[in-house]
Design a protein around this ligand. Sequence first.
Ligand code: SIN
Length: 195
Amino acid sequence: MSANTIALNQTMNHFDDHTSLWLFGYGSLIYKADFPYLERKPARIHHWARRFWQGSHDHRGTPQQPGRVVTLVEAPGAVCEGMAYQITPEEFAHLDFREKNGYLRTLTEIEFRDGSQAQGVVYVANRDNAAFLGAASELEIAQHIARCEGPSGNNRDYLLQLAQALRQLDEQDEHVFTIERHLLALTPPGREEDV
Ligand code: SIN
């Protein structure tokens, strides 16, 4: 699959004739909502695990030195907490551009904290996308993140902002928090320039 998923995502027009739909965010979409939305609320999806296994050529790294950002991997029984946004289908133009480096609009069942559910969309970067990096130990991932920077800022800030946003949601994500612990041990705050 090409690294740029814009054209493919435009063919996923399941919600195009709806007046609004729910988008589930589990990475930067939790803490950086740079699009208009009608409502947002904490939510979860089932059978997916958040992993720093996706390469970022366009936001937190470059094609020469891709950063590491999160995607979802199928994990029966797992629960992934995040933020759901009620948006209009027009927002897909912006979202498809933002998530173009390997992410595909994927249909999902979203569960809200009051127990209600809605079908919606989540952007998932599958293992067959050209930017996929795959598994590594949490220490290796932290070392990788400490080195990378891209047009949207350094990779370190992506990780730290995500960890902070997950704490605000009361989410215990051991994968993310372990990488954060390693990163902070490697580069204590204020020492980033040493990396
Ligand atoms: C998401 O946040 O839902 C997708 C991954 C990202 O943009 O960080």
